[in-house]
Design a protein around this ligand. Structure first.
Ligand SMILES: C[S@@+](CC[C@H](N)C(=O)[O-])C[C@H]1O[C@@H](n2cnc3c(N)ncnc32)[C@H](O)[C@@H]1O
Length: 408
């Protein structure tokens, strides 16, 4: 199979953001300058499995790859406790490192598992033939005007045109009849990848509804097209893996807890934690979690940095909560590092309410509460796109940072 997805070259953001400023231990600072500076080819963010499914605040694959190669010994173990859509795990495998990921979001876990596995050619054939059956099933229900297989609540009735809702219902009903776990999960994620596109939701990270006119049958054919695209993406990824590439393991879990990975087994922790008060992963994924029948209670209670948790609090209470959460994460992940191992946290300055949160100094203060030592940091300017809180960065510009901590 040849890759079908386009690999258009886009602007390299690295040059637009100005110089990378480093501090700390010279040998590590130099590596950080290489990791963060230099061109970041935007097409890489959409290459092979990386481009399959939207996910808020993904790490750039090039940055992840450079960090793994420069900070983790060959054949070592990389842990991403906030693995999201699995960027670090995919790049760990490509760099011949064993990747281990956890995330609280069950959608992230499904997605990271699918993207970081190497499906065989037979499995991909099975995926394609099962998708054909699912499409036939949904299309015959549509043509025979069979109606929905269940009652839908107001959220779905408002979010989709009636004929789109029926087509999605037919697809989901077809997927329910699939028993092969890999194929069923892949098809559920294909459905997830088209949900927002065929809904009236204006964007992936917005709940604003706008009119959307789609032709009859469009949703079903988009599903068929996206499944073919996924098979090609998975196939390209498998072909790129080095011989005997170690596997990646993904489990659902709270990054503040010590469960999951064995103690003292990890060489590099590489992760981008949720920003303070910026995103709301539960809200962004509510539609998808509902359609995939995935539980929401973990995210509802334990999501770190969620805007909805910070919104009713004073700035200092919200900041303290974030600081306590991140300190717990550092302590839990420190236990998993081998001695001499490193952590590289990719963080960005953010806003709670209207006031800035300076991420680099925050991570360093959290580290002081643990046995970790700060080794080096790199920082580079990043634009702030949220209009109402622009003033927070009027005096000091917003930056993204890599903060490296070590376990003595
Ligand atoms: C910035 S995103 C990570 C994105 C990821 N690097 C990627 O490339 O897709 C932060 C992640 O933290 C997860 N998260 C939030 N609170 C968590 C917690 N308490 N434990 C584990 N994961 C959590 C969110 O579900 C989200 O996937």
């Amino acid at each position: 199979m040849k890759p079908r997805h386009s690999s258009r070259t886009r602007r390299a953001l690295g040059h637009l953001e100005g110089p990378v400023v480093t501090q700390g231990r010279e040998d590590i600072a130099q590596r950080l300058a290489t990791i963060m500076g230099g061109d970041m080819d935007e097409s890489m963010a959409r290459a092979h499995v990386h481009g399959f499914h939207a996910y808020p605040a993904r790490m750039h694959p090039t940055l992840a790859r450079r960090a793994i190669e420069l900070l983790c010994p060959k054949h070592g173990v990389v842990l991403d406790p906030f693995c999201g859509s699995g960027t670090v795990l995919v790049e760990s495998r490509l760099a011949a490192r064993h990747g281990f990921g956890t995330d609280l979001n069950p959608l992230a876990v499904l997605l990271a598992r699918l993207k970081s596995r190497s499906a065989s050619a037979q499995q991909l054939q099975k995926l394609l033939s099962t998708a054909e059956k699912t499409v036939r099933h949904a299309d015959s229900r549509r043509r025979e005007k069979r109606g929905a297989t269940q009652r839908y609540g107001t959220e779905d009735v408002q979010c989709f045109e009636p004929h789109v809702l029926l087509e999605l219902d037919g697809l989901r009903d077809g997927i329910k009849q699939v028993h092969d776990e890999f194929v069923a999960d892949a098809l559920r994620l294909v459905l997830s990848s088209i949900l927002v596109k065929v809904s009236k939701q204006s964007a992936d990270t917005s709940s604003v509804l706008v009119p959307r006119r789609l032709a009859a049958g469009f949703t079903i054919s988009l599903f068929a097209k996206k499944t073919e695209e996924l098979a090609h993406r998975l196939d390209s990824f498998r072909r790129m893996l080095p011989p005997h590439a170690p596997i990646a393991t993904v489990v659902q879990g709270d990054a503040r807890r010590r469960e999951g990975v064995s103690e003292a087994s990890v060489h590099l922790v590489l992760s981008s934690p949720p920003y303070a008060g910026t995103y709301d992963y539960l809200e962004h994924h509510r539609l998808r979690l509902r359609w995939l029948g995935l539980p929401m209670d973990g995210l509802m209670q334990d999501e770190i940095g969620a805007r909805r948790h910070a919104a009713p609090m004073s700035f200092s209470d919200a900041l303290r909560r974030y600081y306590d959460d991140l300190s717990q994460v550092l302590a839990a992940t420190a236990a998993k590092l081998v001695s001499g191992g490193m952590m590289a946290w990719l963080v960005a300055d953010s806003v709670i309410g209207t006031r800035p949160v300076w991420a680099e100094s925050l991570v360093r203060r959290c580290a002081e509460r643990t046995a970790l030592t700060w080794l080096a940091s790199a920082s580079q300017r990043r634009p702030h796109f949220h209009g109402p809180s622009q003033r927070a960065f009027a005096k000091q510009p917003r930056q993204e940072h890599i903060v490296v901590l070590g376990k003595p």
